[in-house]
Design a protein around this ligand. Structure first.
Ligand code: ADP
Ligand code: MG
Length: 243
């Protein structure tokens, strides 16, 4: 199987807390994987290991052919291929929407200002926010800020985007507009790993759902299978609380 993410026996500890206890997971190009599980089970830590924001204590993480554990790997090169969207829209507050989108492509990818602006305009069209190009982040709704954050991630032309509970901080009426943008990306073939509590979205959009609990993958499978006929008692118990 072709794979863009290869994780084998991933271990991560914080002091005495053994958070990831042997996670193995390969992800194929254009695959959409939703990661679900209880709070504190290691979902964010897993995601952060995928773009080397956390250093694994053991096991292998290979992303786009670059091994996180290999000291020769340039982690900035690795991260440039992996976009990340967090729960809290962390736009740069002192920059306009346009500046948020053009800064990294100009400074890290060497785009000219004209190229970066043109790319930003296209992406703002895509997420439905071209009219906000000169706005300050603080003037936008949470849903709009999160759509800008997605556009900003896309501006680096990553091959993979990681989402960590991208709608958890939003008012309920703003969740749909963000999920719609994510669904569009999935349809266009972006490889996505999404930690989410939006089970309806996972059911509709995910190719595979991964249930993490107690630092291991307890169960995984296509949503049709995992949501309707979970095999592991822990999955059943978790789903009974969230569905
Ligand atoms: P989830 O995203 O599933 O809620 P996390 O990956 O954020 O879980 O956290 C898993 C566990 O690791 C929690 O007990 C959390 O307190 C701990 N943890 C996460 N990051 C750190 C850190 N930087 N330092 C110490 N403990 C951490
Ligand atoms: Mg988390």
């Amino acid at each position: 199987m072709a794979k863009v993410i290869h994780v084998k026996d991933l271990q991560k500890q914080f002091g005495k807390t053994h958070v990831l206890r042997g996670i193995s997971c390969d992800i194929a190009p254009q695959e959409v994987v939703c990661v679900i599980g209880p709070s504190g089970s290691g979902k964010s830590t897993f995601l952060r290991c995928l773009n080397a924001l956390e250093k694994p204590d053991g096991g292998e993480v290979v992303v786009n052919g670059l091994a996180v554990h290999d000291p020769k790997t340039n982690l900035n090169t690795l991260r440039a291929g992996v976009g990340m969207v967090f729960q809290r829209f962390n736009l740069f507050p002192h920059m306009t929407v346009l500046e948020n989108l053009t800064m990294a492509p100009m400074s890290l990818k060497g785009l000219s200002k004209a190229e970066a602006v043109s790319r930003a305009e296209k992406l703002l069209q895509k997420v439905g926010l071209i009219d906000k190009i000169d706005a300050w982040p603080s003037s936008l709704s949470g849903g709009q800020q999160q759509r800008v954050a997605i556009a900003r991630a896309l501006a680096m032309e990553p091959s993979i985007i990681l989402f960590d509970e991208p709608t958890s901080a939003l008012d309920p009426e703003l969740v749909g507009e963000v999920l719609a943008v994510m669904k569009q990306l999935a349809l266009e073939g972006m490889t996505m790993v999404i930690v989410t509590h939006e089970m309806g979205f996972a059911r509709e959009v995910a190719d595979r759902v991964v249930f993490i609990d107690q630092g291991v993958i307890q169960e995984q499978g296509p949503p049709s299978q995992l949501f309707t006929a979970p095999q592991n008692p822990r999955t059943k118990e978790f789903l009974s609380k969230v569905l």
